[in-house]
Ligand binder design. Structure first.
Ligand code: ATP
Length: 240
């Protein structure tokens, strides 16, 4: 199957600080990649670099057959790469409806049709459409953040800590949403503090450690009970 997204030897960081130095992975359409690592490992930096918000210092990023590491964030959005940032970052003063419209701003598609499609997919948001986003619960805001990213009809969704601060029940709903998006063929990269649950919805994992990354297959991390602690970067049990 054709790879929709390919990252080769990517390096990124801030000023003097190199956060990631040699990241490689590839994804087929509809696959989900868990991006896992301890606090400060570089998960957010990776997402922001893939979205074009941080400079790619070295390496290449391919979207299908096109190199995109020099493209601006809006150009990447227009290609179909959409970021749901850590902390949701909804526009608190705006209504749910206006947040969604803002999400579709860069899209060349018909906004009214996109809104209908997104409300069909997130029916609970339709009932809240006139509500100011700042007054939504954390779980509702997360649904809104994902729905807003869906307004550009993305092919690739970058979900940075989508369950952060959510109750177990709300987190479950977010994971169910991720499963549904996958079934619709959307390729997903996601991170999360709850590593076991993040791995459980993923086909592959990228473990970040000391600026480097290692890809594990689902078979490998499933064999370790979806636990990060028992895995080393090589995918073998620690201490072996
Ligand atoms: P967490 O799990 O805590 O969210 P993370 O894996 O997402 O962490 P990043 O936020 O990507 O990690 O941070 C990686 C490194 O880059 C850290 O050492 C952090 O201090 C540093 N860093 C992050 N943002 C900046 C910035 N804007 N300027 C300078 N350094 C930064």
């Amino acid at each position: 199957m054709e790879k929709i997204f390919r990252v080769e030897h990517l390096a990124c960081g801030y000023g003097e600080l190199t956060v990631l130095s040699d990241i490689c992975f590839s994804l087929e359409e509809g696959e989900a990649l868990a991006v896992v690592g301890i606090n400060g490992a570089g998960k957010t930096t990776l997402f922001r670099t893939l979205a074009g918000l941080e400079l790619c210092r070295n390496g290449t990023i391919w979207y299908r057959e096109r190199r995109i590491e020099q493209l601006s964030p809006p150009q990447r959005v227009q290609l179909g790469i959409s970021l749901v940032p850590e902390g949701r970052q909804v526009f608190e003063e705006l209504t749910v409806n206006d947040n969604l419209k803002a999400g579709g701003y860069l899209s060349s598609r018909n906004q009214v049709m996109e809104l209908v499609a997104v409300y069909n997919q997130f029916p609970q948001l339709r009932n809240l459409s006139k509500q100011q986003a700042g007054y939504l619960s954390g779980g509702e805001q997360q649904q809104l953040a994902i729905a807003r990213a869906m307004m550009v009809h993305p092919k690739i969704l970058l979900l940075d800590e989508p369950t952060m601060g959510l109750s177990v029940k709300m987190a479950r709903i977010v994971y169910q949403t991720i499963e549904q998006l996958k079934k619709r063929g959307i390729t997903i990269l996601l991170s999360g503090q709850d590593v076991a649950k993040t791995l459980a919805v993923s086909d592959k994992a990228l473990f970040l450690e000391n600026g480097r990354g290692s890809v594990l297959t689902r078979t490998q991390f499933a064999a370790h009970g979806f636990q990060l602690d028992s895995l080393s970067l090589s995918g073998k049990k620690q201490g072996n």
